[in-house]
Design a protein around this ligand. Structure first.
Ligand code: SF4
Ligand code: SF4
Length: 341
């Protein structure tokens, strides 16, 4: 009797997991909007002296500068020390890489705002058109190569060809110092062609599930490659599996979970939807040799815990606040336009 009751509570908890993931995505999205709003007010203060009150700059905004973080990595590896211009951006980048190395690219499906938006558009498309479509294999595989090609381009230009000295001088350039301001202005002063591209991406995402993540995102491609080395993977117990294929149907990334012993795929975003879908409880999130299973309920806690730990260490060791002064921003911000101007 107690066992039946326990099983039913457990099953209800599991069923609510995807709702919890969506709530976390929404909460994280609201937090990022707040960061964006604070940064907007900070920039306004320097653009309209006297008209807008001072708001402190939120360092976490640097998390939106992955290319700058890649240059910081090059400079760091070349002996140039930890980035002092955008240290928070570099710390966040290293934190996300660490999360992917340990627990696959859960960042993509639990915290990335673009992943969340792409997923929401896919869900809307499924309501409008009855279902989302996957591209046929002859288009799917070549298109997936696009994100790896973009990543390869950045790795070649920044990590391979750029010398550490050039990386360090880029870090000190006026362009890099206010790259975050330029990013903000890109959205505030968005041009017609950019709007057209964003609308096209939104339309594709309505029809094709995870269009942006599956074909175009170089950040996700990088995390996917790192995640292949993660000791924790979705693991299937063949004795329990009934071959119902529900896991395959649930997987947003078209992974053949039903025939895998361990899901090594770089495309697995650790959304854990397959675990939720499996009626036989044949799937787990397990370490090497099927040991050290992570309870799926605690998976987001682990991700968030690692992220917070990285932020805390960065703050306590002085690797969070930019070395730029208010005088620097007073000089640089009024001259700034976004990259396309
Ligand atoms: S294999 Fe499972 S955890 Fe990985 S993306 Fe597919 S459904 Fe999500
Ligand atoms: S949903 Fe579970 S039982 Fe069904 S095929 Fe997948 S792993 Fe096997």
């Amino acid at each position: 009797m107690h066992q039946v009751k326990y099983r039913s509570i457990k099953s209800r908890l599991i069923k609510s997991r995807s709702i919890i993931r969506n709530l976390i995505q929404a909460g994280w999205g609201i937090f990022l909007l707040y960061i964006g709003w604070k940064f907007f007010r900070f920039v306004r203060y320097f653009e309209m002296p006297g008209a807008a009150g001072y708001t402190s700059r939120p360092p976490a905004v640097e998390g939106f500068l992955p290319i700058s973080a890649l240059v910081s990595l090059k400079s760091w590896l070349g002996g140039g020390g930890f980035d002092r211009i955008h240290p928070a951006g570099f710390a966040i980048f290293l934190g996300i890489i660490l999360i992917s190395l340990l627990f696959k690219k859960g960042f993509c499906s639990w915290f990335c705002p673009i992943g969340a938006l792409s997923e929401a558009l896919g869900r809307l498309g499924a309501r409008l058109f009855g279902k989302n479509h996957g591209l046929p294999k002859f288009l799917d595989y070549p298109l997936m190569a696009v994100k790896y090609s973009i990543l390869g381009f950045f790795i070649k230009v920044i990590l391979v060809d750029m010398s550490p000295l050039v990386a360090q001088s880029f870090q000190q350039s006026a362009y890099n110092k206010i790259a975050d301001v330029k990013m903000l202005k890109f959205f505030l002063e968005i041009g017609q062609s950019a709007v057209a591209i964003l609308l096209a991406l939104a339309l594709f995402s309505l029809v094709v599930r995870n269009f942006w993540c599956r074909y175009l995102c170089p950040y996700g491609a990088l995390l996917g490659i790192v995640a292949v080395f993660s000791p924790w993977q979705v693991t299937r117990e063949a004795q329990k599996c009934t071959g119902c294929n529900l896991c395959n149907k649930a997987c947003p990334n078209r992974i053949n979970v039903a025939e895998s012993r361990r899901v090594w795929s770089a495309e697995c975003s650790s959304c854990l939807d397959c675990l939720e879908a499996c009626p036989a409880e044949a799937l787990g999130y397990k370490g090497p040799g099927g040991r050290f299973a992570v309870d799926p309920r605690f998976y987001p806690v682990l991700l968030f815990g690692i992220y917070l730990l990285v932020v805390l260490v960065a703050q306590l060791t002085g690797h969070w606040q930019s070395s730029l002064t208010l005088a620097d921003y007073r000089e640089l911000i009024p001259q700034s336009t976004w990259v396309g101007h």
